[in-house]
Write a protein that binds this ligand. Structure first.
Ligand code: HEC
Length: 160
C-alpha cells in the first residue's frame, strides 16, 4: 500500500516539475517580455541598456546596407562580402542570454534569419562576384526588416 502511495506521489511530483519546466520554456523562450499593444505592434519591454544593444545592432544593419549599396554601384562584390560578414551569425552570438530571454521566439527567429542572410550574402558575393545577385539578396532580406518593424516595438520596462 505504502509503495503504491509513493508511486502516486512521485508521479504527481514529476508532473508538477514537467509543468514548471513547460512554464519556464513558454516564458523565457516563446513569449519573452512583452506589454500592451499601442499601435498594433507588440511592445517588447527591455531595460534601457538592453534596448541600446538591440538598437545599436539595428543601426549597424542600416549603415552596413547603405555601404553595401555604394559598393554595389562600384561593382565591388569583395567589399560587399566584407561589409556583410560582421552582420552575420557572429553578431547574433554576442547578444547576452538575459536579453534573449525577454525577446519573443518569433522575434528571435526572424532576427536569426536576417543574420543568416548576411552570412549567405557574404559567401555568395565572394564566390560569385555578382553585385546584382547581392542586390537581389539584400532586397529579399530587407523584407524581413520591414516585417519585423511592422510587428514589434521596444519600450523601456518599468519595475521588475
Ligand atoms: C526581429 C525584428 C527586427 C528585424 C529583423 C530588424 N529590426 Fe530593426 N528594429 C526592430 C525594433 C523592434 C526596433 C525598435 C522600433 C521601435 O521601438 O519603435 C528597430 C529599430 C530599428 C532602427 C532604429 C534604430 C534606433 O537607433 O532607433 C533601425 C535603423 C533599424 N531597426 C534597421 C533595421 C534594418 C536595416 C533591418 C534589416 C536588415 C532591421 N532593422 C531588422 C526590430 C527588427
Amino acid at each position: 500500500m505504502a509503495m503504491i502511495k509513493n508511486a502516486v506521489v512521485y508521479r504527481i511530483i514529476i508532473g508538477l516539475l514537467l509543468l514548471t519546466i513547460a512554464g519556464l520554456v513558454l516564458k523565457f523562450v516563446v513569449l519573452g517580455r512583452t506589454g500592451a499593444e499601442v499601435d498594433g505592434r507588440t511592445t517588447i519591454l527591455l531595460e534601457p541598456s538592453e534596448r541600446a544593444v538591440v538598437l545599436g545592432e539595428m543601426r549597424q544593419f542600416l549603415s552596413g546596407i547603405q555601404q553595401m549599396l555604394e559598393a554595389a554601384e562600384r561593382n565591388d562584390a569583395a567589399a560587399i562580402a566584407k561589409l556583410a560578414r560582421p552582420l552575420g551569425m557572429a553578431a547574433a552570438h554576442a547578444v547576452p542570454a538575459g536579453l534573449a530571454a525577454k525577446l519573443p521566439l518569433e522575434f528571435k527567429t526572424l532576427g536569426h534569419s536576417v543574420h543568416q542572410d548576411f552570412d549567405r550574402i557574404a559567401m555568395d558575393a565572394e564566390a560569385m562576384n555578382d553585385v546584382r545577385l547581392s542586390l537581389r539578396q539584400l532586397g529579399e532580406t530587407m523584407k524581413k526588416c520591414v516585417a519585423c518593424h511592422a510587428a514589434y516595438q521596444i519600450a523601456p520596462a518599468s519595475g521588475p
